[in-house]
Design a protein around this ligand. Structure first.
Ligand SMILES: C[S@@+](CC[C@H](N)C(=O)[O-])C[C@H]1O[C@@H](n2cnc3c(N)ncnc32)[C@H](O)[C@@H]1O
Length: 279
């Protein structure tokens, strides 16, 4: 991210969610606040998305990862989880739609510059700040998540659900693993959902070309993708930390779950969304 500036990819991800509400009628992920938080009219969002048809795949992936995370969160709350941490929240609107109300305490963690900008966006969109929300401004590259959360009143003794969407690719490997170590150190029943991509060199030529285009675009926004994982190495490392239940959807599993009738060929590798739990 550029020093002192809010994340521009956070704006891009929020634009994809808003476009999904309009172009696919929110079929995978329904978010009544997605457009409102942007402060842009529906026609503009739809026109810009239509002008860039190659961005559809990313839009659908973002809808899928958010739906996957919110479905898993709903199950966790039914099982008794009472704390949610939204890591690198960007313009994510879950807190403002939280169907569990006061039963779920929520911490929104983000880079201080992005969080300050989000608070302006919320005020401009007249979206009220609910009582169950606490903001925790933290730069993952400079501050320990544990310290930032403790300062915000996070209760370490409770199993907690973490969503961490669209963030891992932008972090150094050390920052990503330090966050995973912290999450794994929390009480049993703690879960994390995050997304990642297979390394570019392992992709098919077609997927590689799509990846490279997107990578160029985010790098031009000052937020380069620097971190990739391979499931074969990632899962044993997660297990070694104590995450003994892992659900990892790569492109074939995403297609099977969310697009069972799709006839087009599905690449083996690409974007993943993963849930890891300590049981
Ligand atoms: C692509 S956006 C994703 C936002 C949101 N999770 C979503 O899905 O729309 C990346 C997010 O990561 C955050 N981020 C990137 N580097 C960070 C860092 N070093 N510390 C804290 N947050 C960071 C940005 O502020 C931004 O909100």
């Amino acid at each position: 991210m550029e020093a002192g500036q809010p994340s521009r990819t956070a704006w891009a991800a929020a634009t994809h969610r808003a476009a999904h509400q309009i172009l696919e009628q929110g079929r995978i992920f329904c978010d009544p606040l997605a457009l409102r938080i942007l402060g842009v009219d529906a026609e503009t969002v739809a026109r810009e998305a239509a002008e860039h048809p190659s961005r559809r795949r990313m839009r659908i992936f973002i809808a899928v990862r958010t739906r996957f995370a919110e479905d898993a969160l709903a199950r966790a709350v039914e099982q008794g989880v009472r704390q949610l941490v939204v890591l690198g929240a960007g313009l994510d609107t879950y807190v403002y739609r939280n169907p569990f109300g006061d039963r779920l305490r929520i911490f929104e963690v983000d880079h201080p510059a992005t969080q300050a900008w989000k608070r302006e966006r919320l005020a401009e969109a007249a979206i009220p700040l609910p009582g169950w929300l606490t903001f925790a401004p933290i730069d993952f590259e400079r501050e320990a998540l544990a310290d930032g959360l403790a300062a915000a009143g996070f209760v370490r003794e409770q199993p907690t659900f973490f969503t961490w969407l669209g963030v891992v690719p932008y972090l150094s490997e050390e920052a990503a693993w330090s966050t995973l170590r912290f999450i794994a150190s929390l009480p049993k029943g703690t879960q994390v959902v995050f997304d990642y991509s297979d390394p570019p060199e392992s992709l098919s030529p077609e997927a590689r070309a799509t990846h490279d285009q997107r990578a160029e675009r985010v790098a031009a926004l000052g937020e380069a993708w620097v971190n990739y994982f391979e499931a074969e190495k990632l899962h044993p490392r997660l297990r070694a930390l104590g995450f003994d239940e892992i659900e990892d959807l790569g492109p074939p599993q995403i297609a099977a779950r969310y697009f069972p009738n799709r006839a087009a060929p599905i690449p083996d590798r690409g974007g993943h969304v993963l849930r890891a739990t300590t049981t």
